[in-house]
Design a protein around this ligand. Structure first.
Ligand code: ADP
Ligand code: MG
Length: 682
């Protein structure tokens, strides 16, 4: 395609400039036109010289006279001139650009854009940019809204405008519309060519908005099409056996009746969504999101029971041994009426026992197998795995997920206690369907949350001591340290030693950090659970999902360094029992944004609400952590723009439902294939 032609053949410029463009990822005509501006500056109005206010950026239109370059006593070259319009006269000065004496015409219309400054007793227009007006030629730098690009050495916005304009004029007609008409009409989007022209050189403010709207929708739509198509291909690839799991109403009713509580509306809804998926002749790929304590486990247990009653095996994988064991106990307890063979397997399971469990898994005698990633080690196999459940799925890598899937492509159910805003979720987990448990079981107490001023630190410690005397336990989270793991570990040990020696000499304290082995961490957590430890001093590694009903105090140091979701996660460690629970936030210097976050923590109890606020305050990368996540590298769109994300999602769903392989939309297909890497971990 001509659009793929190298810029070297098109631009009249130096090899150096071509190389610099290439460093920006711009090699072809298409790259250049898709090199979108960072922002725009409104240079459409001219200011009269008589109306100039110092230190404000303005464009003035007039004529230059008396231009000459002098050398100051410090050896600096100053080019000076006099600029005149019909309202007045102003001095102009440029520094170290003597060539302007040759370049700038006298007594011809030019436009200067810059600031007037007051210095040494006079007002001078200093180092303005200029545009020489030529009859019959479009103005690029003034008299309009102008694009401002990310610049690098030697590649200024001005340079880009001058080089890009003819490329757009010459080649834009080659860009073919790929969005189907009905989608453009539905969302009132302008055409591609018009959008591309206007994103660089807008005809008006209105057209700039339209261009932005079209191109950001476009970007999100293509992204959604890609993930949905990937999902479709996975669910319909030829080697997938259909594992239809029918709803066993009687068994489910019996299990639900035996629960010591009523399911919440959100639990029932999520369960129905899962049961509905299980009935389909292709594998489910669903994620349940719900705050800590919202009751995801019961939903998983009921889904598991349903699968077993259909003759399938179920695997449940949790990120740590202690968490897996907790699930194991819960499954056994809640399914005790059904005489199922439920097994537990983890790194610590003795080899002989392990071999026996694996044998049962392979022969199909084991109905439900719960464990850590020991579940997916080499020797493992299943007779007939129908459902795989992954708890805290974000703690597992893509590979581990895929391994579990590879045991006969079971239905997949993932759970996470880290709610993220929907706009982010449908982007990051785009190939999974979402079930949301956004309702807490009745009768849960709210956790009292308070930002504690430094002056009340001792008071807080004495209060904690008091609570511990009454039998309770506390967590103390040390500040997040970016520099290195080693420093973080050191600081936790120091904090622990200080607290043990000076603050709580009569209590049992210990510490936890990420450098400890998993077994050591599990051991500490077990001791804490057994109330052999009063206070656990920890880094942010503290395990998610563990029930320690007797812990009622969460004290967080340097709270401002954590995002809202993480603070909320910490807070979720307490308030799991009958006793009233508390979360104390200590902070150092607070920024405006930090204040808002602390305020949100005091005010809100829903993880969903907090993650929305965090997304608005800090953006998707901060909320989710760019590195490990699948946050796409968006040029135009923003994931905080949840309306556009939703529109793009529903339009993409419509197209994929109607025509999953895009036979009717060859241009879309081509466009998707050109968009190589969408996700960072693709
Ligand atoms: P999470 O979503 O954090 O995994 P769990 O499933 O571990 O939450 O449930 C937390 C606690 O709440 C458990 O002790 C569970 O028995 C209890 N629970 C779950 N659902 C309900 C309900 N509908 N009403 C009352 N208690 C519930
Ligand atoms: Mg859980």
């Amino acid at each position: 395609m001509i659009q793929d032609k190298s810029l070297e053949k098109v631009l009249s410029t130096t090899k150096g400039h071509i190389q610099k463009l290439s460093n920006l990822g711009v090699n072809t005509i298409k790259d250049f036109i898709l090199y979108f501006p960072r922002t725009h500056a409104d240079n459409s109005e001219y200011t009269k010289i008589a109306d100039i206010i110092t230190n404000e950026t303005v464009s003035i239109k007039g004529k230059l006279t008396n231009l000459f370059t002098v050398t100051s006593k410090y050896g600096k070259k100053i080019t000076q001139g006099v600029f005149t319009d019909d309202t007045g006269v102003i001095q102009v000065a440029w520094f170290s650009q003597p060539h302007l004496t040759r370049l700038l015409p006298r007594n011809k219309e030019i436009v200067l854009t810059g600031k007037a400054k007051y210095s040494f007793g006079k007002i001078t227009f200093q180092s303005p940019s200029y545009e020489i007006l030529k009859p019959y030629e479009e103005q690029l730098h003034s008299g309009r809204i102008v694009p401002v690009y990310h610049e690098t050495e030697g590649i200024s916005s001005k340079w880009i405008r001058e080089k890009l304009k003819p490329v757009i004029d010459g080649y834009i007609e080659l860009f073919e519309e790929h969005l189907p008409d009905e989608i453009r009409q539905q969302h009132q989007l302008i055409g591609l060519k018009r959008a591309l022209k206007n994103i660089h050189f807008p005809e008006s403010d209105e057209m700039l908005d339209q261009a932005y709207k079209r191109l950001s929708f476009d970007e999100l739509f293509i992204l959604q099409l890609k993930v949905l198509q990937k999902k479709w291909h996975w669910q319909h690839s030829g080697n997938i056996q259909s594992k239809v799991i029918n709803t066993e109403e009687d068994h489910l009713k019996e299990a639900i009746k035996s629960l010591p509580f009523e399911l919440t509306g959100a639990q029932k809804r999520s369960l129905l969504e899962i049961l509905n998926d299980l009935k389909k002749p292709f594998p489910m790929n669903r994620m349940v999101q719900g705050d800590v304590g919202s009751g995801k486990t019961i939903v998983a247990i009921l889904a598991a029971l349903n699968a077993v009653k259909n003759g399938y095996q179920v695997a449940v994988m949790a990120p740590t041994e202690i968490l897996a064991k907790q699930h194991y106990k819960n499954f056994i307890q809640l399914l005790s009426n059904f005489s199922l063979n439920i097994q537990f397997i983890a790194g610590s399971t003795p080899t002989k026992q392990k071999d026996e469990i694996i044998r049962q898994m392979k022969t199909g005698t084991a109905d439900i197998i719960i464990g850590t990633h020991a579940l997916i080690q080499e020797k493992i196999g299943f007779k007939n795995l129908g459902l795989a459940i992954i708890d805290e799925q974000h703690r597992f890598g893509v590979k581990q997920r895929e391994t579990l899937k590879s045991f006969g492509t079971p239905h997949m159910l993932s759970m996470t206690a880290t709610p993220i805003p929907r706009s982010l979720a449908i982007t990051i987990y785009g190939d999974q369907d979402l079930s949301i448990i956004d309702e807490m079981p009745a009768g849960r107490q709210e956790i009292v949350t308070k930002v504690v001023p430094e002056t009340k630190r001792m008071q807080a410690y004495r209060w904690i001591e008091d609570q511990i005397a009454k039998g309770r336990q506390a967590f103390i989270i040390c500040p997040l340290i970016d520099e290195s793991n080693a420093i973080e570990v050191k600081s936790v040990i120091q904090e622990y030693a200080y607290l043990q020696e000076h603050i709580f000499p009569n209590l049992e304290l210990t510490f936890l950090h990420g450098k400890l082995k998993q077994e050591e961490k599990d051991l500490i957590m077990q001791d804490f659970k057994d109330n052999k430890i009063n206070i656990l001093v920890s880094t942010s590694v503290i395990e998610v999902g563990i029930d320690i009903p007797n812990a009622t105090i969460m004290l967080i140091e340097g709270s401002e360094r954590f995002g809202l979701s993480q603070l909320h996660q910490f807070r979720g460690r307490v308030g799991r029992g009958e006793h009233k629970s508390y979360c104390f936030l200590f902070t150092n210097a607070l920024s405006e944004e930090g204040k808002k976050r602390m305020d949100a923590m005091e005010r809100h109890t829903s993880g969903f609400k907090l993650s929305e606020i965090d997304l608005q305050l800090r953006g998707p990368g901060e909320v989710y952590g760019v590195k490990q996540s699948g946050i796409p590298d968006l040029k135009m769109a923003s994931l905080t723009d949840s309306k556009t994300v939703e529109k793009a999602r529903s339009s993409a769903e419509m197209i994929i439902n109607e025509d999953p392989t895009l036979q009717k939309y060859p241009k879309l297909l081509e466009r998707i294939e050109q968009t190589q890497k969408v996700y960072i971990n693709d």
